[in-house]
Design a protein around this ligand. Structure first.
Ligand SMILES: Cc1cc2nc3c(=O)[nH]c(=O)nc-3n(C[C@H](O)[C@H](O)[C@H](O)COP(=O)(O)OP(=O)(O)OC[C@H]3O[C@@H](n4cnc5c(N)ncnc54)[C@H](O)[C@@H]3O)c2cc1C
Length: 398
């Protein structure tokens, strides 16, 4: 196959590469290669089975059109202060401009007009005061909440727009390797997920947008072809679930509290991430059966719990440069202790230095929304530094 541009991965990065080319009036032939299915065919069977059945050859939660975000909360954080390294890479002003530009595209495809966290100034001030007293920073961040079910409809509209405008999308094809001739990338080889076909796609330009799940693969490609790359930061943490009553003030005022702290003794960055008022904790499986948790909240269907991630940033320096492999090992250890299932432990038990038992969990005020999570001991899996950071941060947030 021959094309002008081949994009590997149909997550937000790959999708918006194609959208932006079309919006700029490009007449180039674009082909997107995606390992998973189209958005309308992505389905997690857990609704019926009530437990993760470890779908093969890939997990529908993390793979397919719209990428890792398809079943997430569909929340757009509209401040450059929240998210990854973009402000360091292109400057804060340009990052903010880009966020606003992208937000307009989401609106065109049907995102909710409402922005959370802009009114209620006095209440925000009060929350900020309390955060400062606890040694935390409350980041101002307007949020557009699309909602899990509406995000899928929105991405379906984008998928149709791309196809109607001539973008070819090859679903269920996995890129194995770039085609490199004389030190220049000439395209990619891809294989159908059932192994029935392998194609060579020659392209003038190749864009690799394989997200977190493709990061290890991309790193190995860079190693093989001598492409310079740096190890990024990796965030390790837990998802905390509490009753809505506990988070009521914050939920109503901000929807999501973006809190950052640098707790003693390590002073590493610890932060809240992806808060889901009335939401669900969900499981997602990565390659090699690594099971991790995500959280999402529907616009209409609400639970009695709020969940939020608490993440601790890990930077490594010489001689270690494999942050993702490090995080994966910790995930594997937690999975091992849960016999392949997600571990859940009561905060009080962590402080008392004991594991949680299933019958204690069933007597608890909080009934986990992840029904097949098993009671156990998270502290036996997380490194000391990560665990201390999380406990100290939670105490400050409390
Ligand atoms: C728990 C959690 C909650 C989140 N909640 C939100 C939220 O509410 N709002 C928000 O804005 N962001 C959220 N995010 C972040 C968001 O999901 C990511 O920032 C975003 O998906 C990254 O986009 P991407 O295109 O870089 O990668 P991805 O979305 O991971 O997309 C990469 C795509 O490439 C495909 N792929 C990978 N390898 C190959 C290969 N070899 N060949 C072919 N295809 C391949 C994958 O199947 C995938 O579809 C959340 C993330 C997590 C983990």
């Amino acid at each position: 196959m021959k094309t002008d541009v081949v994009i590997v991965g149909a997550g937000p990065a790959g999708i918006f590469t194609a959208i932006e080319m079309l919006r700029k009036g490009s007449k180039k032939k674009i082909v997107i290669v995606e390992k998973g299915k189209s958005v309308e065919n992505r389905r997690c069977p857990k609704n019926k089975t009530n437990k993760c059945v470890d779908c093969k050859p890939y997990c529908h939660i993390t793979t397919g059109f719209s990428g890792a975000g398809a079943f997430s909360d569909g929340k757009l954080s509209l401040s450059f202060e929240v998210g990854g390294d973009l402000p360091e890479l292109i400057g804060a002003e340009k990052a903010q401009e880009t966020i606003e530009y992208t937000d307009k595209i989401y609106l065109e495809f049907g995102a909710d007009e409402k922005i959370e966290g802009l009114d209620r100034n006095d209440e925000v001030k009060e929350i900020r005061k309390r955060a400062i007293r606890a040694g935390l920073k409350l980041v101002d961040c307007p949020i557009r909440h699309i909602g899990t079910e509406k995000a899928q409809a929105l991405y379906l509209a984008i998928e149709k727009y791309l196809q109607e405008n001539g973008v070819g999308i090859l679903f269920e094809y996995e890129c194995n390797a770039p085609i490199v001739q004389d030190g220049v990338c000439k395209g990619v080889t891809v294989t159908k997920s059932d192994g029935s076909q392998t194609l060579e796609i020659f392209a003038k330009h190749t864009v690799i947008a394989t997200g977190r799940r493709g990061a290890g693969w991309l790193e190995s490609v860079c190693e093989r072809y001598g492409v310079e790359h740096t190890a990024g930061v990796v965030d390790i943490g837990v998802r905390v679930e509490v009753r809505n009553e506990i988070m009521e003030t914050v939920n109503k005022t901000l929807y999501e509290s973006k809190l950052i702290g640098y707790p003693l003794p390590f002073k590493n960055k610890v932060r809240t991430f992806c808060q889901n008022p009335g939401g669900f904790v969900s499981q997602e499986n990565y390659d090699d059966r690594l099971a991790v948790v995500n959280g999402h909240s529907f616009k209409d269907l609400k639970t009695e719990n709020t969940n939020v991630s608490i993440l601790c940033s890990h930077h490594f320096s010489y001689p270690f440069n494999q942050p993702i492999a490090y995080a994966k090992k910790i995930g594997e250890l937690a999975n091992m202790l849960g016999a392949g299932q997600i571990l859940v432990q009561r905060y009080g038990d962590i402080l008392s230095g004991k594991r949680t038992w299933q019958d204690e969990l069933s007597r608890s005020n909080v009934r986990p929304t992840l029904k097949d999570a098993v009671a156990g001991d998270i502290t036996s899996a997380l490194p000391y530094r990560t665990m201390v950071n999380i406990i100290n941060f939670m105490q400050a947030v409390d």
